[in-house]
Write a protein that binds this ligand. Structure first.
Ligand SMILES: [Ca+2]
Ligand SMILES: [Ca+2]
Length: 83
């Protein structure tokens, strides 16, 4: 089972960026034990997903795959820390 996380290297192969901001992630959690991201057999695996069997580590996958999605919602109010 996979969940899309909104990260892609579709523009430049190997350069992963968040779709929402075009930023390069400051943190990654690739499943390196499974050699991810590996653009499996040059299949243009350009979208990143959470891979539950590997403990929610990231796998690249073909973007047209039908997987669940994780949505980001902006806060409705700004929380100001005190103390
Ligand atoms: Ca790729
Ligand atoms: Ca892959």
């Amino acid at each position: 089972m996979y969940w899309w996380i909104g990260l892609s290297d579709r523009t430049i192969e190997g350069e992963w960026r968040w779709l929402s901001s075009d930023d390069i992630p400051s943190y990654t959690y690739w499943d390196t034990a499974d050699h991810q991201p590996e653009n499996h057999n040059a299949l243009d695996q350009d979208c990143a997903s959470l891979h539950i069997p590997s403990g929610y580590k990231w796998h690249d996958d073909v973007c047209s795959g039908q997987h669940a999605v994780i949505c980001e919602k902006l806060s409705e109010s700004e929380v100001i820390p005190i103390g």
